[in-house]
Design a protein around this ligand. Structure first.
Ligand code: NAD
Length: 271
């Protein structure tokens, strides 16, 4: 990334009235949550056919509960111990300067922790528990999540049976007085999370600048949002280790580039 390209992107951001910040796994990479598709990503160890669909997960639960417990631990442990990074904070800070909506594919709740006030979670949230029909049951606290992680770790270390795995994850996945419940997380082949997805589509229609941060653009239909914004005349800025089609492509780590971009666009307003 050159200083010129950063300066030009900052100028576009400064002149925007309505900004959408569209984020993927890369924005949380510096918080210690691995991405799914990169070389060391989760799908390398846990193939999506077995771990990213309801059917695949149910088969794995019966045939290999130890692997299921290892997978759940690999997903939940980093999310539970993650802290917001400089990119999340800079995105939250942007609200002091311009109208901002965050649309995230992430399920980690870090944008809200950083202080962003309008966040549409189009793939849901690991912290929201819903019925199998999608009706809200309750929010899980981070300390409840920590307890689940501790219990799962013990199950993995001592050797898992299906009964022990179910016991460990019961607060987020299982049966209660209100029927079966699960985290509101969109698995492969499932509908997008509502009302967030409809709200996201409406916001993308109105925005004049979209910043795409740390997303591979491989997961549809979410990946269509930057292109939709661009087709409607919005300026698109892509921040990624390997940026793709955009008006401004800023190559590098989100936790380094996003704060520099926001500072370059609005830094003089802070004085
Ligand atoms: P992805 O795993 O497909 O791609 C991640 C992208 O981030 C890649 O393009 C990579 O080049 C980029 N990247 C990696 N590190 C970066 C960094 N430090 N700075 C900037 N860019 C970086 O992720 P995706 O496109 O978001 O889609 C994967 C799906 O998996 C999403 O739907 C999401 O729900 C889920 N997921 C969520 C989390 C989370 O909640 N933190 C983590 C992993 C995956």
């Amino acid at each position: 990334m050159t200083t010129d390209s950063l300066r030009e992107a900052a100028s576009a951001l400064r002149h925007a009235r309505d900004v959408v910040v569209f984020t993927g796994a890369g924005v949380s990479a510096e918080s210690g949550i691995p991405t799914f598709r990169d070389d060391s990503g989760l799908w390398q160890q846990f193939p999506p056919d077995h771990f990213a669909t309801v059917g695949g997960l149910m088969k794995t639960a019966v045939s290999d509960p130890q692997r299921l417990a290892e997978f759940l631990l690999a997903v939940l442990e980093p999310i539970t111990s993650a802290r917001v990074n400089a990119a999340h904070r800079a995105i939250a800070d942007l609200e002091r300067h311009v109208n901002v909506t965050v649309i995230t594919q992430n399920i980690d709740g870090l944008h809200q922790l950083a202080g962003s006030t309008v966040v549409h979670e189009v793939h849901g949230s690991m912290f929201e528990i819903v019925t199998l029909k999608g009706r809200f049951v309750r929010l899980l606290s981070r300390s409840e999540m920590q307890q689940i992680v501790d219990d799962l770790r013990e199950v993995v270390e001592r050797g898992a049976s299906l009964v022990k795995v179910i016991g460990a994850v019961k607060p987020m996945l299982g049966l209660s007085g209100r029927g079966a419940h699960r985290p509101k997380v969109v698995l492969f082949g499932e509908e997008m999370a509502e009302p967030d997805w409809s709200q996201a589509l409406a916001r993308v229609e109105k925005c004049d600048c979209l910043m795409s941060i740390g997303t591979s653009g491989a997961v549809m239909p979410a990946a269509s949002l930057p292109r939709d914004a661009r087709d409607r005349g919005a300026t698109v800025i892509d921040v990624n280790l390997q940026p793709g089609a955009a008006d401004f492509q800023l190559a590098g780590c989100a936790a380094e580039i996003v704060p520099r971009l926001v500072e370059s666009a609005f830094g003089d307003e802070n004085m």
